[in-house]
Design a protein around this ligand. Structure first.
Ligand code: ATP
Length: 371
């Protein structure tokens, strides 16, 4: 099973109570994080949350104001960037324009004084790895955006670092190429059995490539978990709203029974039952959160058996091809979103604008958020 589930596993990269200040400004605030060998880890967050600063401290381009960073058990304090077994992949525009692909890849190895014959075989290996053998003699401007990106990748892997750092590596690529390159990165990481750390503000990218994601906000980590856990069981409103779409019902916990709870939702004027609510206290303020694809809609009132059922009215429908997103009015100022799969060819909508309908969802389909 995964190393992060093993309490005895030794972290490969460890941030221990790391703080980074720029003058009075706290960019990273007393943050601790463990990343394991061969993990693909993503630092995800909005602009200015401190994710690049974390990566730059690991690479040695910035020094922590407080705290320690360890790699493979070794404290990195005082070790200059070029002596650290990490390498940062820069965006492809950092390639040397006047050099060929192979010269770009060889550059760092030459600087390290590697013998020419060894450089040759290492460069060939890298060209094979990123499938660019036929392009060895070209200059960057003679390549496509995706090919240039692969040269940048090959260059950063040529020294065989233990950790590859990727700072928004795919931001300059269009959507299709970005998705292709994401898959290539994942395959590469598995083949090389290396530890990858990626910085991104793109939640879909983090969900696609990473084994685990750290969701960052204002120099703090809000949650560290697998993509599935982050999506299904966010630990706070911040994380819930940052990743994907979610419906939130605010209210007060009215009853707690072992692991189950009831929340009185003020806007609905109705109770919501939750199975597997976790640790909550009766009387406290909380929100019930449910993803749109877990909400069902129907014209006939469903049997309440094991579901929560509430009335609503169709306000808007957004046709997305594979699914339709229904915006349903549940109160004067509140709407809920339900995602419905378009499994048959759409001739006529069974449920359409202004219909009075019923929303329902299973009692274990959503989570309670207390933060
Ligand atoms: P983005 O996605 O926009 O790159 P980020 O999460 O990577 O954001 P960082 O680059 O880590 O953010 O910056 C975190 C904060 O620290 C920002 O508010 C930034 O302005 C500030 N900061 C970063 N470097 C410096 C510096 N050298 N001097 C002063 N402030 C800095």
């Amino acid at each position: 099973f995964a190393p992060w589930e093993d309490p005895n596993a030794i972290p490969f990269i460890e941030f221990r109570n790391v703080t980074k200040r720029f003058g009075d400004f706290v960019a990273v605030d007393n943050l601790s994080l463990s990343i394991y060998e061969r993990e693909f880890h993503a630092l995800l967050g909005g602009s200015g949350c401190g994710k690049t600063t974390m990566m730059r401290m690991l690479a040695g381009f910035e020094t922590p104001t407080e705290g320690q960073i360890l790699l493979d058990g070794q404290d990195l304090a005082g070790i200059p960037p070029y002596k650290r077994p990490v390498n940062m992949m820069f965006q492809s525009y950092a390639l040397f324009p006047h050099m060929t692909v192979e010269a770009n890849i060889a550059f760092g190895l030459k600087q390290d004084g590697m013998p020419a014959s060894e450089i040759k075989s290492r460069v060939d290996e890298m060209l094979r790895l990123v499938k660019l053998e036929p392009f060895a003699k070209r200059k960057p401007h003679q390549l496509s955006g995706g090919q240039r990106q692969r040269v940048a990748l090959a260059r950063s892997l040529a020294k065989r670092p233990k950790v590859l750092l990727l700072d928004e590596p795919l931001a300059a690529l269009d959507k299709k190429l970005r998705e292709e390159t994401q898959l290539e990165l994942m395959t590469l990481q598995e083949d090389l059995r290396m530890t990858f750390l990626i910085v991104t503000h793109d939640q879909e990218e983090a969900m696609t490539v990473a084994d685990r994601i750290s969701v960052m906000d204002h120099g703090h980590i809000r949650q560290v978990a697998t993509p599935g856990e982050i999506y299904e069981t966010p630990n706070s409103r911040f994380v819930a709203e940052f990743i994907g779409d979610i419906n939130l019902f605010s209210g007060q916990i009215s009853e707690v029974n072992e692991n189950d709870a009831r929340l009185f939702c003020t806007v609905l004027g109705q109770h919501i039952d939750i199975q597997g609510a976790g640790k909550v206290t009766a009387g406290s303020n909380a929100a019930f959160a449910i993803r749109p694809e877990k909400v069902r809609i129907s014209l006939d009132k469903p049997e309440p058996s094991n579901a929560n059922v509430i009335p609503g009215e169709v306000w808007d429908i957004a046709y997305m091809g594979d699914v339709s997103i229904y915006h349903i009015k549940i109160a004067e100022t509140e709407t809920v979103r339900a995602v419905v799969a378009n499994t048959t060819r759409l001739v006529e909508r069974p449920i359409t604008w202004d219909d009075k309908i019923w929303l329902s969802w299973d009692r274990d389909a959503g989570v309670i958020l207390t933060k």
